[in-house]
Design a protein around this ligand. Structure first.
Ligand code: HEC
Ligand code: HEC
Length: 205
């Protein structure tokens, strides 16, 4: 079954011109709006303003595009309703799956539209300590600031990760049948940056 699927995907992939396979990786489609940094700058209380930047960013973090890969359990989730991943894959030791069901068997370097399979060269599950599913925006905020739970990242590198990382960027070009994360990746990066430079205050849990 596993070999069959891989073969099918491979045969279909080589039959398609490369531009079809990469088209979705480069498109930038804004869906629901995200408030801009400028529009929030009128909040006069500095702490409230900083927290408001993160609350706005929270619309991105809690969108299914991000949450499906930052689940609380060992299985990724799928689709706009965040149902459990079918077939039943698990994170495994490195986030790339158990030995018999590695993510890249199905998830290729780019979205594969014929099979509706999302893709990225390093498609894998966020580690358990980076789970956001079932948490409030305030809890996610505290966790994202904590080097013990954010992959030992500085606040500055969080700005870069959310604003520029290619795997994160997939969420705004997720392929047909999936709603992109709100706003644009650039807007999300600008919100993180504004939050960091304003003192990285977290919303109440
Ligand atoms: C046997 C094939 C297969 C394997 C192995 C596999 N996936 Fe998937 N995955 C799929 C297919 C097909 C979809 C699209 C399902 C749909 O949306 O209809 C998908 C969708 C997803 C989505 C949903 C994206 C979204 O927001 O809708 C995530 C997340 C995901 N896979 C993560 C993983 C991870 C992490 C691994 C490895 C631990 C993995 N998958 C292994 C086939 C597979
Ligand atoms: C295909 C799965 C996948 C998707 C989709 C995904 N992530 Fe991640 N994310 C990961 C993995 C894997 C890591 C761990 C990477 C590392 O530490 O090097 C991670 C780590 C992170 C981190 C740093 C650790 C932390 O939790 O503080 C942030 C921030 C992050 N992701 C943001 C996002 C955002 C925002 C989205 C949606 C716009 C998103 N991710 C979508 C897999 C994913």
């Amino acid at each position: 079954m596993r070999i069959d699927l891989r073969t099918t995907l491979f045969v279909a992939a080589v039959a398609l011109p490369a531009n079809v396979l990469t088209a979705y990786a480069v498109s930038r489609v804004a869906s629901d709006n995200l408030a801009s940094v400028e529009s929030l700058s009128s909040i006069s209380n500095p702490a409230a303003r900083s927290a408001a930047y993160f609350t706005e960013l929270g619309k991105v973090l809690t969108s299914p595009r991000c949450l499906n890969c930052h689940p609380a359990g060992d299985r990724p989730r799928q689709g706009d309703t965040a149902r459990l991943h079918q077939p039943p894959v698990e994170r495994g030791a490195d986030g790339f799956g158990l030995p018999a069901m590695r993510c890249p068997i199905c998830h290729q370097a780019a979205n594969f539209e014929l099979g509706r399979v999302p893709g990225n060269p390093i498609w894998h599950l966020a580690p358990r300590e980076m789970a956001w599913e079932g948490k409030t925006i305030g809890e996610i905020c505290a966790q994202i600031k904590d080097p013990a739970r954010n992959g030992n990242r500085s606040l500055a590198s969080l700005v870069e990760h959310i604003g520029e990382d290619h795997l994160v960027g997939w969420a705004w070009a997720p392929g047909a049948g999936r709603k992109p994360a709100p706003g644009t990746q650039q807007q999300a990066g600008a919100l993180v940056e504004a939050w960091v430079t304003s003192g990285s205050v977290c919303p109440k849990p």
